[in-house]
Design a protein around this ligand. Structure first.
Ligand code: HSE
Length: 340
């Protein structure tokens, strides 16, 4: 399976590290051999090989600040734009792991559309492309007989979408609610332990949980984006940000956290999606509430179903390896279906 990787930040590098660690296991247990054919970044160079790129070399070279320092090798081409790569390069699956553009989803939507139209599957960690392009891209995928998978976009590699869309198929889900942003949950947990907001945010950035611009995390827009993706995936609804009530955690003070604790409660940023509404807001939950005890960058989602009652999934919500695993799980699904 040849893959083209758009974006080589925390997620792209996490994915490269993961497939490098798991090469033998993937081949032995799943018969899956993943080769990186291309890596494209916005400002740190772009590489394409008609042979393959070695993940360990890529990870070393990016430490220098640019992929331009990659050694020459047979079949290597440099500087091809992501859009040209998507439409002209030879690979099977385009992986979109570039920073999410929460304004309009571009250029990722155009890149993904070009890949689908030229016969490639797409796997997205990128939320912007899904928030604004879900319908366009899923129609293009259907029209071209290719898959669009996006497990990594909600709760990293914790299989929240696979649970809701596949494992619970046959149930009717009436609501999903949960903690779907790792950065804010990490900050709230650290503030509960006495750290101040700025230090907790800096630590979340250092650990690779926060978006490139962490405003999206702390103001609730990253969680809102995930609510939009859940709305599309679970209910076939395309919610728009301007129809949603969205409040983040930046207004919460150390005193708010102390007051909640004194009352036996904890603040959590909760995203709620039903077939009719999607919203994000901080809520004070009693510490006996299951979501109150989900701490750090861990996320949780509860699906309310007709046949099974409530089903809750708890797991990592951010991080390079964890999100890289979400991508890998989609590649394994494509491999199982198509034999690539
Ligand atoms: N910034 C996101 C978070 C990364 O903190 O949850 C995972 O989507």
């Amino acid at each position: 399976m040849r893959v083209g990787l758009i974006g080589f930040g925390v997620v792209g590098q996490g994915f490269a590290a993961l497939i490098s660690q798991k090469t033998e296991q993937l081949q032995a247990r799943h018969g899956l051999k993943i080769e990186i054919a291309a890596v494209a970044t916005r400002s740190r160079g772009t590489l394409y090989s008609t042979n393959k790129l070695d993940p360990k070399t890529l990870l070393q070279v990016i430490q220098s600040g640019t992929l331009d320092n990659h050694p020459d090798q047979a079949g290597l081409e440099r500087g091809i734009s992501p859009l040209r790569l998507a439409s002209e390069a030879d690979f099977d699956v385009l992986i979109e792991a570039s920073p999410s553009n929460l304004q309009d989803g571009q250029p990722s939507i155009a890149i993904c559309e070009a890949a689908l139209k030229t016969g490639k599957h797409i796997v997205l960690a990128n939320k912007g492309a899904l928030i604004y392009g879900y319908n366009t891209l899923s129609q293009a995928a259907r029209a071209n007989g290719k898959r669009m998978l996006f497990e990594a976009s909600v709760m990293a590699g914790t299989p929240s979408l696979r649970l809701g869309m596949q494992a619970l198929a046959g149930c009717t889900i009436s609501e999903s609610r949960g903690i779907v942003n790792g950065t804010t949950n990490f900050i709230l947990t650290q503030m509960g332990d006495g750290l101040n907001y700025a230090d907790a945010l800096a630590e979340a950035q250092r650990l690779g949980y926060a978006e490139t611009d962490p405003t999206a995390d702390v103001e609730g827009w990253d969680a809102a984006g995930k609510a939009v993706i859940l709305g599309a995936a679970l209910f076939g609804k395309q919610f728009a940000f301007d129809q949603m009530q969205v409040t983040g955690i930046s207004q919460l003070t150390a005193q708010d956290i102390v007051d909640a604790a004194a009352a036996g409660e904890r603040w959590k940023l909760i995203a709620r999606v039903t077939p009719d509404t999607a919203s994000v807001q901080p809520m004070r939950l009693p510490i006996s509430h299951p979501l109150a005890n989900v701490s750090g960058a861990t996320n949780a989602i509860t699906y309310t179903t007709d046949l099974m009652g409530d089903i809750t999934l708890v797991g990592a919500g951010a991080g390079g390896i964890q999100t890289g695993f979400g991508i890998l799980s989609d590649l394994i699904e494509i491999h199982r279906e198509s034999g690539i």
